[in-house]
Design a protein around this ligand. Structure first.
Ligand code: SDX
Length: 431
């Protein structure tokens, strides 16, 4: 490994020596922080395809080999053996919890699940057909109004309380958004239920009758939430880091992550995949849609396919695809079986097509997740809120890691200016 990298080929930088940053795993980075001072140039990397914004210990992705590690543990081992709260503890604290630590963590989360009643009334101000992601963005941002004066972002204990509050309250907020959208009473959390069982009850129970949580459904959500909990510097996590780097209220910073996740190129893809599968309708239409996806003049993309980092199977998609069988067998839900069979056919045809193979476009985490959510009776517009519940852990962990770093500075990228050179004002009658 070179000690330094020497820039050559452009006259202003010939021979400029640049230090490098050595990772534990993965690709080394050239440290360009001094480049402007030493060589009078910037780096140019729109969409940050080859730019590291920080150092992080939380999650490692090997895109070429389809590997995902949370604090060094492979995602498939965690999905098979852990619980979502156990993985949450790991991502936040860096180590798997002892039994005592897990009991204390679960107790803390359980006793932060309720929302202030005036916040519950906030939902009434949304139109009945407001998208749940719009409601979640607003409600989470408004948590800053409740906890601003009592949150010292420089106090590690306050930072931990923020993370526990957010992990605990985000299912209550998501379920309340769903209840508002279907015109049913908002259900309060129950302290005698586990994390995902509480969510299912808050979504599907009604005051008029008892509700029995299906253990297959709560287990399915545990697996899906673990798989979605973190993914290094993805767009929404980078947004949370950017907002948090200004010293902004962490609840407000986290609401920017929800907004960023909503986009169909990011977490909104799971909703878009189900809409796409329903639009394709039948395996006989697959070739037509594959051609549409390849046509540069057609804006249609194969939703749930492709990834900025994975140029192999997204390991999460493999776990979810295998888990689909278990869930669909349990519910024997013909409609979702049909969708799953269609998704498998779409995957088969795409992965035999040179266009997808040459571009290393494989199914990502969003391709199969919606089929499980649909089998659990979760409506399509609640798929991305499910993603947001899980990714609240990663957003919180990255915000804490950034705020724990004394070297953190406000994030402020530069640009290549391509506008007018200086010119003088022109009076109106001369224009
Ligand atoms: C998530 O970053 C993360 O880690 C995100 C995430 C996480 O956990 O946080 O993993 C979650 O967001 C998963 C991605 C969900 N989005 C989708 O499924 C939407 C469909 N996918 C595409 O929009 C796209 O693949 C992206 C956004 C995922 C990646 O975009 P890139 O890296 O900018 O890739 P690109 O658009 O430059 O594509 C490279 C080529 C292009 O063709 P050429 O210009 O080379 O001819 O591949 C083509 C693209 O047109 N392409 C697709 C395609 N994805 C890329 N063509 C058809 N269908 C697609 N889905």
């Amino acid at each position: 490994m070179a000690d330094n990298y020497t820039l050559s080929g452009s006259n202003s930088t010939d021979g400029t020596e640049l230090p490098h940053v050595e990772p534990t795993l993965g690709t080394p980075a050239v440290d360009v922080r001094g480049l402007n001072q030493t060589a009078g140039v910037f780096t140019f990397d729109p969409a940050f395809t080859a730019t590291c914004s920080c150092e992080s210990d939380i999650t490692f992705i090997d895109g070429a080999n389809g590997q995902l590690l949370y604090r060094g543990y492979p995602i498939d081992q965690l999905a098979a053996n852990a619980s979502h709260l156990e993985v949450s503890y790991l991502l936040i604290n860096g180590e798997l919890p002892s039994r005592t630590q897990m009991d204390q963590f679960r107790e803390s989360i359980t006793h932060h699940t309720m929302l202030n009643t005036s916040l519950m009334n906030f939902f009434d101000s949304f139109h009945y057909d407001a998208h749940p992601m719009a409601m979640m963005t607003g409600i989470v941002g408004s948590l800053a109004a409740f906890y601003h004066d009592t949150t010292d972002i420089h106090d590690p204990e306050h930072r931990e309380t923020f993370a526990h509050r957010m992990i605990a309250k985000i299912p209550t907020i998501a379920a309340a958004a769903y209840k508002h959208s279907v015109g049913q009473p908002i259900m309060s959390p129950r302290n005698n239920l586990g994390y995902t069982s509480n969510l299912l009850r808050m979504m599907f129970a009604v005051p008029a009758e008892d509700y029995e949580v299906d253990p297959v459904a709560s287990k399915a959500l545990e697996v899906l939430f673990m798989l979605h909990a973190d993914h290094e510097q993805n767009a929404s996590t980078s947004t949370v880091r950017m907002a948090g780097s200004t010293g902004a209220n962490p609840y407000a910073a986290l609401s920017t992550g929800i907004a960023a996740l909503w986009g169909p190129a990011h977490g909104g893809a799971n909703e878009a995949v189900l809409n796409m599968l329903n639009e394709i309708g039948d395996a006989s239409n697959v070739p037509e849609y594959i051609e549409k996806a390849k046509d540069k003049n057609d804006p249609f993309k194969l939703m749930g396919f492709g990834h900025r980092v994975y140029k192999n199977f997204d390991p999460r998609a493999l776990v979810i695809r295998d888990y689909c069988h278990q869930v669909l067998d349990h519910y024997n839900n013909q409609g979702n079986e049909r969708l799953f069979d269609l998704a498998r056919e779409l995957e088969r045809v795409a992965l035999e097509d040179d266009y997808f193979v040459e571009r290393a476009l494989y199914p990502n985490v969003d391709f199969y997740s919606g089929i499980i959510y649909a089998a659990l009776g979760i409506p399509t517009n609640m798929f991305t809120p499910m993603f947001a519940i899980a990714r609240t852990v990663g957003w919180s962990a990255h915000w804490m890691e950034m705020m724990n770093d004394p070297g953190t500075r406000i994030a402020r990228p530069r640009q290549v200016y391509t506008g007018y050179t200086q010119r003088d004002y022109v009076p109106t009658d001369k224009r």
